[in-house]
Ligand binder design. Sequence first.
Ligand code: NI
Length: 166
Amino acid sequence: MALLKILHFPDSRLRTKAKPVKEVDAKIQNIITDMFETMYMAPGIGLAATQVNIHQRIIVIDVSENKNQPLCLINPNIISVDGQQSTEEGCLSVPGVFEQVQRAENITVQALDKNGKQLTLTADEILSVCIQHEIDHLNGKLFVDRISSLKRQRIRQKLIKQQRNI
Ligand code: NI
């Protein structure tokens, strides 16, 4: 197991569109294990492979209070959406920033699980938000793209300044 380095906005590698996983083999399962470890340590409730500079369509999530409900989605695909909700979101790639983002309320998603088995999942509330947020990452998109450009510009400057001071 290994902790992976999380890329921070505005790193251009976060803009890479991830490729579908062809086969869920031992190598992919090792990546998943490392992603869970990295997410729990951060700590965060979701992590997309894009954020650790691995450009394959893999996300890991755990929105449970006791951090005992790991969910891995490979090649996730939202097949239906319904309603709207606005939630305050944050992101391990945009540390210290929280903004209201509007997204679909209910979603149905198809994916492969960590064993390569097909699954269909319906989600609402925080799980729905989290899945949509992580799938955005796989498409090179960040939650700050969904807020005003003025706010995004301020956040960009703040993070560049922070990174210079490290
Ligand atoms: Ni994120």
